[in-house]
Ligand binder design. Structure first.
Ligand code: SF4
Length: 426
């Protein structure tokens, strides 16, 4: 009956326990055997930092268990590559290091491939609505087993959920990734399924993140591994774990409408040692944090206009607010009174301090303020918003830290030089 989703309870990040469970998952989906010699693993390493982003990424212990299974009883051992592009404007190699993936590389003799530094391949899309083509690393395209290992998290840029389908935004390098990262984000993500269609998904939901910014939200011990081969069925079940209706999550609905898989439980065969109901009982009091940015109750007054870009300025600014709420509660309680305008706002504004966010944003009415500041971008990257908010309003976001500044500027420059040297800019 239908596409299978396999749910397994796992109490902690013990790699040997994870190995056993994933082995049983691969058996369940008929993916064991020695025919795979060239395997690519795509994790979620969007942001890693021991203090302010400790729960946003696929843990190395999880990948350790997976790689042990893939190596088990194989002679010769398959070539395994971990390929990923982390959050925009930061070098993936730094996030790999922070996530402990260099130890994995040493332990298992695998390759780490920051996608921006890899040799690329351009692929023409047949069904793309936003992208007619995309460029990604060869490892995402040329493999005989593509395994996705998302982290189960809430995400206010994508209507509350990030799981297997949203993971695809990390197969793109920054310029292509940020292009149409606005009210078209959902169509964009679904376009990517044509290239990034996993053969197997093993989701790290041992500790999930829920309720704030995708980088900075706090972890919650759900104790679960979700396995599947169909990303739509997988994400549909994950949405229900967060008490979300998958039909109301546009990238899931669009993926279903384009024929990538089922949304309804009647067409999904859920198996395993823990039921969806048991998981929902555990998560019943958790909130995804997905609300409109003008509904946030804080010192900022947010005025919105069209277009409302959940995946663009509106969502990115909501993330910026949540970063403070998640990691700087004292500042959250005394945020200075600014009026933020996002989108084309119809009406008059009279305020002390006005901040206009987004290249297209403007006030269609009379604007009276002692101070008017503007931050451009469509949308501004999270990193740029953190910096410009500091420079223009003096507010120090928790992401504004010396070690992350070193990652995001001098180290990024060093990586650019390395790419130039290796000829991997294209
Ligand atoms: S600049 Fe305008 S269109 Fe672009 S993301 Fe921001 S609000 Fe949306």
């Amino acid at each position: 009956m239908g596409e299978k989703v396999y749910l397994r309870a796992v109490p902690d990040y013990d790699p040997s326990r994870i190995k056993k469970v994933i082995r049983e998952g691969l058996e369940e989906f008929g993916l064991t055997g020695s025919q795979y010699s060239n395997i690519t693993i795509k994790p979620n390493v969007v942001m890693v930092h021991h203090r302010i982003a400790p729960s946003a990424y696929t843990r190395s212990e999880f990948l350790d268990g997976l790689i042990q299974v893939l190596h088990e009883d194989r002679n010769p051992v398959p070539k395994i590559t971990i390929a990923e592009k982390c959050g925009a404007g930061i070098p993936t190699s730094r996030m790999f290091r922070r996530a402990g993936y260099f130890s994995l590389k040493k332990k298992h003799n695998i390759k780490l491939r920051p996608i921006e530094e890899a040799k690329k391949k351009k692929i023409l899309l047949q069904k793309g609505q936003i992208h007619s083509h995309i460029t990604t690393s060869r490892e995402i395209v040329d493999n005989d087993l593509l395994i996705y290992t998302p982290k189960l998290k809430s995400n206010s840029l994508t209507h509350g959920l990030t799981a297997a389908i949203k993971l695809n935004i990390g197969i793109l390098c920054d310029r292509e990734r940020m292009w149409n990262h606005n009210c078209h984000l959902d169509e964009k993500i679904v376009d990517l399924l044509e290239v990034g269609h996993p053969d197997f998904i093993a989701t790290d939901a041992v500790e999930i993140s829920i309720g704030g910014n995708q980088f900075t939200q706090h972890g919650y011990p759900l104790g679960l591994i979700v396995m599947a081969t169909n990303p739509v069925a997988h994400d549909s079940v994950c949405a229900r774990m967060f008490h979300l209706d998958p039909h109301k999550i546009p990238h899931l609905r669009l993926a279903h409408e384009r024929g990538y898989g089922p949304l309804d439980l009647a067409e999904i065969n859920i198996k395993g040692d823990i039921s969806l109901q048991e998981i929902q009982d555990k998560t019943k009091d958790l909130k995804t944090g997905f609300i409109r940015v003008d509904e946030v109750d804080c010192g900022f007054k947010v005025l919105i206009g069209e277009p409302y870009c959940t995946g663009g300025c509106h969502g990115v600014f909501l993330d910026w607010l949540y970063m403070i709420k998640d990691r700087k509660p004292k500042l959250w309680n005394k945020l200075p009174a600014w009026t933020a305008v996002i989108g084309k706002y119809s009406g008059d504004i009279s305020a002390d301090r006005v901040l206009i966010i987004g290249t297209c944003s403007l006030v269609q009415g009379r604007l009276e303020a002692k101070k008017i500041r503007r931050i451009n971008g469509c949308p501004p990257k999270h990193k740029d918003l953190v910096l410009w908010m500091f420079l223009k309003t003096g507010i120090i976001n928790p992401m504004f830290r010396l070690d992350l500044i070193i990652d995001a500027y001098p180290y990024l420059f060093f990586c650019w030089m390395r790419r130039l040297f290796k000829g991997s800019f294209k």
